[in-house]
Design a binder for this molecule. Sequence first.
Ligand code: FEO
Length: 184
Amino acid sequence: MLNQKIEEAFNQQINAELYSAYLYLSMAAYCESINLPGFALWLKVQTQEEITHGLRLYNFINDRNGRVRLTAIGAPPKEWAGPQNAFEEAYKHEQMVTGLINSLMDLADQERDHTSSVFLQWFVNEQVEEEANTLKVVQKLKLAKDNSSAILMLDQEMGTRTFVMDPLLGPTVGFGGAGAGAGA
Ligand code: FEO
């Protein structure tokens, strides 16, 4: 059974993950509008990943006999000054999410909820990758500067990203019931 503080904090984190999905989908739409379909595809894959992060929390709350309560998702920005600016903002956003995960970990420790601490460890590791991935794109865009050939090549590279379904969420959409979060 989840204690109430943890349940509320995990519900807030579902909202943060779904906001992340919304933010990256908005960045994808921006990249489509400036004719960078590869960047847009990369961001749409990121959107799918963020939804699976939310689903991991959703399944965990249910598996621990808690109650998922969804709340309104804020409107993301719609415009950026260019792809570099968008990815700088994505990197900043991931740093902010790392802070949220660290606070959840602190709460789980404070509440002596070891199951939640173990569960959150996956998110702690995932955030290393999330920050590294967005920073790598920022660094490449800095190298490309205003060289349109380099940006178009980068756009092609970004367009090769594929979405890999989280194995703990099941083979398709990850809406599996009780036990899905435990790999059943
Ligand atoms: Fe769900 Fe990008 O962290």
